[in-house]
Ligand binder design. Structure first.
Ligand code: APR
Length: 263
């Protein structure tokens, strides 16, 4: 159910969305929560309950215990492979039918925006289904079958690691450049399902605000508050985004679900 205050804010956003030329949507783990993927603030479960992501997702942890870190990512990869895009991902795909330019800037490594069908997705933190060499950062697409965990790079024998950005690592330069350029160009900017605690992504909404964009910050913690051009919107992405789509373009239909299994 939607809170009356959230509903009133959605009404205020309808004209901005209808008129927008370039909408940028920054997403975080919360947009995939309704696909069954845990966020980083959720305590880890099962085998991994005694660890925190900040302990496992670092180059130091990989150096110390590569097998443990590899297996954590293997577990996360399995969860992602079993997950499907949810109505929030699908609503963003549908926006492309009406808004001249929609750019998704995601901190997620699950690839669900692409599976849903979004056409312009900038991945700030990489993708856990890609791999690279721990020694020289070159992409690794295959390796000889052995029992080694992690496997070894076929070129140099270094360890293979997931192609994601770990704590303390720099973001891919091109992705960061493109995300910043899009944010400065946006006339409407949404931050969806991110706690806004990890830089530089956390600053992107403010870069957009500086350039005159309407900015909407939405997760499960913010209050509902309209202080145009900045709006805070509390609620589940899988309810709010399809509802906004429906109100802006009543005849619209979000795209049919495409599951990972079709890929
Ligand atoms: N709809 C909308 N928002 C949600 C939902 C939902 N269904 N479920 C959870 N949220 C919100 C929470 O309220 C929280 O603000 O999603 C946010 C999740 O926050 P984090 O777990 O901190 O995820 P994120 O912001 O993506 O983390 C940033 O930190 O650990 C690193 O590299 C990792 O990319 C990650 C980065």
């Amino acid at each position: 159910m939607m809170h009356a205050e959230a509903s009133a804010i959605l009404d205020q956003l309808v004209p901005a969305l209808r008129q927008a030329q370039h909408v940028v949507v920054l997403t975080g783990a919360g947009i995939s929560a309704e696909s069954g993927l845990p966020t980083f603030r959720d305590p880890m479960t099962g085998l991994w309950a005694k660890y925190r992501p900040e302990e496992l997702g670092t180059p130091q942890a990989f150096r110390q215990n590569p097998r443990l870190v590899w297996e954590w990512f293997a577990w996360r990869r399995e969860l992602v492979q079993a997950a499907s895009p949810n109505p929030a991902h699908q609503a963003l795909v549908a926006w492309e039918q009406y808004v001249p330019q929609v750019t998704i800037v995601t901190q997620n490594v699950d690839g669900l925006h692409q599976y849903a069908g979004s056409s312009r997705v900038i991945e700030l933190h990489g993708n856990l289904r890609r791999f690279k060499c721990f020694e020289d950062n070159q992409p690794v697409t295959e390796w000889p079958t052995t029992d080694d965990i992690p496997p070894h790079c076929p070129r140099c024998g270094g360890l293979v690691r997931p192609d994601v950005v770990w704590f303390g690592e720099r973001l891919p330069e091109q992705a960061l450049h493109d995300a910043l350029a899009a944010s400065k160009q946006a006339d409407l900017f949404f931050s969806i399902g991110t706690s806004g605690t990890v830089e530089p992504a956390a600053s992107l909404p403010y870069r957009a605000l500086d350039r005159g964009a309407t900015v909407v910050l939405s997760n499960l913690e913010v209050p509902n508050r309209a202080t145009p051009p900045l709006y805070y919107l509390n609620g589940q992405a899988g309810i709010l985004l399809p509802e906004l789509l429906q109100r802006a373009w009543p005849a619209s239909k979000a795209h049919k679900t495409i599951t990972n299994h079709d890929a």
